[in-house]
Design a protein. Structure first.
Length: 178
């Protein structure tokens, strides 16, 4: 069993990284979203409004002002789950803050043999593997220092980013089909 630590123990990495922070999202949804009021409103047909003053967006803007970059690839099913649709609907605020959020189909991700777990990769040298249970709840994170694993995460990022489409483009297509 890996040495799991609370997410709070790696939270400083989001402010401390120098150049890039990359996220790979593989889940069909997240418990933290489903239990939140924005998701509940979304399920009632209310579009989520951007939150420019949310601490996440404030940090993304601050890092971008210093030349650092946040990016992520979200793997989505065909058709997208409610959780995936919610993530696409809320992405505009993150993108406005400076984050590059893209979408890749699960079929493409499987062809690319991307990891089947969520991760964060900081400055192409620090890998954080998310451990998420069957209820989509994060139970802890693993700080991975093995250079082979870090390199594999870099390769996954480099394979996924150019093939993934901007979230706004995919969200427009999904919205027009419902």
């Amino acid at each position: 069993m890996p040495n799991l630590i609370p997410f709070s123990e790696i939270a400083h990495l989001f402010e401390d990284f120098e150049h890039t922070a990359f996220r790979l999202e593989t889940r069909r949804g997240y418990a933290s979203d489903r239990h939140g009021p924005r998701f509940q409103a979304f399920m009632r047909g209310i579009d989520p409004q951007p939150e420019p003053d949310h601490p996440w967006n404030v940090n993304v803007r601050a890092k971008a002002e210093h030349g650092a970059r946040f990016s992520r690839v979200r793997i989505v099913d065909e058709p997208p789950t409610d959780g995936q649709r919610f993530l696409m609907a809320t992405a505009a605020g993150n993108v406005a803050a400076g984050e590059d959020i893209r979408v890749l189909s699960r079929a493409q991700a499987e062809r690319l043999e991307l990891p089947d777990y969520d991760l964060w990769l900081f400055d192409s040298r620090t890998l954080v593997r998310m451990h998420i249970d069957e209820t989509d709840t994060t139970i802890g994170v693993e700080l991975v220092e093995d250079s082979t694993d870090v390199l594999a995460a870099c390769r996954a990022r480099d394979a996924a980013m150019p093939l993934a489409l901007p979230t706004a483009e995919v969200w427009a297509q999904v919205r027009s089909s419902v």
